[in-house]
Design a protein. Structure first.
Length: 78
């Protein structure tokens, strides 16, 4: 079974995004891509860590407070 790597998936989707613009100028591409990748990554890692934010932060290689802030930003916790 062959799977594309994450970079190829992102590149392919960005190519489609630019084609869909049909020459219109893009805006905020950096933030758009980060938000599109970050939220599902946080959801999946937190689920795999069974809700344990300390473990999830360790797996992500970020500080627990940073993880907490990002979870709030993406409305994944209150």
């Amino acid at each position: 079974m062959s799977k594309k790597n994450i970079q190829d998936c992102i590149k392919d989707n960005l190519e489609s995004y630019f084609q869909d613009l049909r020459g219109a100028e893009p805006h905020g591409v950096y933030d758009m891509v980060l938000a599109a990748v970050e939220k599902p990554m946080l959801e999946l890692v937190l689920a795999r860590a069974e809700g344990n934010q300390s473990k999830a932060a360790d797996w992500l290689g970020i500080n627990r407070n940073t993880l907490r802030r990002k979870l709030i930003e993406h409305k994944l916790v209150k």
